[in-house]
Design a protein around this ligand. Structure first.
Ligand SMILES: Cc1ncc(COP(=O)(O)O)c(C=O)c1O
Length: 356
């Protein structure tokens, strides 16, 4: 039995998208691919509010997260960490042989503009990483405030992960001054996993040109050279790009404002349910994520048992990530999910809780 996905990625995929992936194959050096590539990257620019280059990488998000480090850190990187994925990004930075420091906020807390200001004021760094929406803890850091601070440090290249937020709310990449904005597609974007998208500002490309050891597969300069021909350095995941083309069409057909409003409504439904049922939020309330709710298990529910019961009823449920597994649970409200889907899940959780 297929379990309907309410985990924070991968998420449910619309049948039209799955059908788009089954289209006949084309060669990536054929004119048909260049047309597809251009349409997709132009639409991504609209979605991300950017005139920067937008590149398509055949990998999950961490491929590009590692690639960005290899391309953009020349001197020393400030990694801002407040959960499992940002902690891992610091580790990845060091594994790439780069000098780096981790600036840690407690899990459940955001990265603040003050933290970023204090770290960068030391003058030690020429790049910084931040995860906008920490999927492990359900915390959304205040990106506009952080972006404001970043303006004071024009020599610091900003690398921002929007893996679990892009398309769920407005993230105007150019207005925020983000040099490299990265997202994988299996979360807020609601595509099957395997494709990552990233932007590179002129400043990012200028930096990449000066950095040794960029490798090949994620070399930003290779991406830029190929992008001039609406192409990618290596054979791309063409079926995924068909899916992306279809999804962008669907996103613009729904309307960006409507998509953002739908996410607000879904978030508010789940947050109210959490409080009404006597749980509390793991993050500070001001920094609750728009795409998933991470609840503290204040009722002492046997989450492993609940997960098992929900699985038997046809729902995939998440009982917390990493060191906060069991102590928290996460309900995703992202992608193409509708309020009715969440009503269905919450009613089923209520049924199971009553029986337990
Ligand atoms: C915010 C965030 N960044 C990065 C990743 C890593 O993505 P991937 O496993 O697709 O490389 C995840 C995955 O859950 C994530 O939630």
């Amino acid at each position: 039995m297929h379990k309907k996905l309410f985990i924070p990625g991968p998420v449910e995929i619309a049948p039209e998208i799955l059908a788009a992936m089954a289209k006949p194959m084309i060669g990536h050096r054929m004119a048909e691919y260049a047309q597809l590539h251009k349409r997709v990257t132009d639409n991504l620019k609209k979605l991300m509010f950017t005139d920067s280059r937008v590149f398509l990488a055949t990998s999950s998000a961490f491929g590009v997260m590692e690639g960005a480090i290899r391309n953009l850190v020349a001197k020393r990187c400030a990694n801002f960490c407040n959960g499992a994925f940002s902690d891992k990004w610091h580790d990845v930075t060091k594994r790439c042989g780069k000098e780096a420091d981790a600036f840690k906020a407690e899990w459940g807390k955001p990265i603040t503009a003050e933290m970023v200001d204090q770290a960068l004021a030391t003058g030690k760094y020429d790049a910084m990483t931040l995860i906008h929406n920490e999927t492990s803890t359900g915390v959304m850091s205040p990106l506009p405030e952080i972006a404001e601070v970043l303006r004071k440090y024009p020599d610091v290249v900003s690398i921002i992960d929007t893996v679990s937020s892009m398309s769920a709310l407005k993230i105007p990449v150019d207005e925020l001054g983000i040099d490299c904005c990265i997202f994988g597609v299996q979360k807020a974007f609601a595509l099957p996993p395997g494709l990552a998208v990233f932007t590179a500002s002129e400043r990012a490309l200028a930096r990449a040109k000066t950095v040794e050891g960029r490798g090949y597969y994620f070399d930003f300069i290779e991406f830029a050279t190929n992008d001039d021909k609406d192409n990618t350095p290596s054979t791309p995941c063409i079926s995924q790009i068909y899916a992306m083309d279809c999804q962008l069409e669907r996103i613009f057909a729904e309307g960006l404002e409507k998509r953002w409003d739908r996410h607000k409504e879904m978030a508010s439904l789940v947050r109210n349910w959490v409080i009404e049922r006597g749980y509390s939020f793991f993050p500070e309330e001001r920094f609750l994520s728009m795409t998933l709710t991470c609840a503290r298990n204040t009722r002492g529910t046997d989450l492993a048992a609940l997960k098992k019961r929900l699985a038997a009823a046809g729902y995939a449920f998440d009982d917390g990530y990493g060191k906060i597994k069991g102590e928290t649970f996460r309900i995703a409200h992202m992608g193409d999910m509708q309020l009715a889907d969440l009503h269905g899940l919450l009613a089923e959780i209520d049924r199971q809780l009553a029986e337990m």
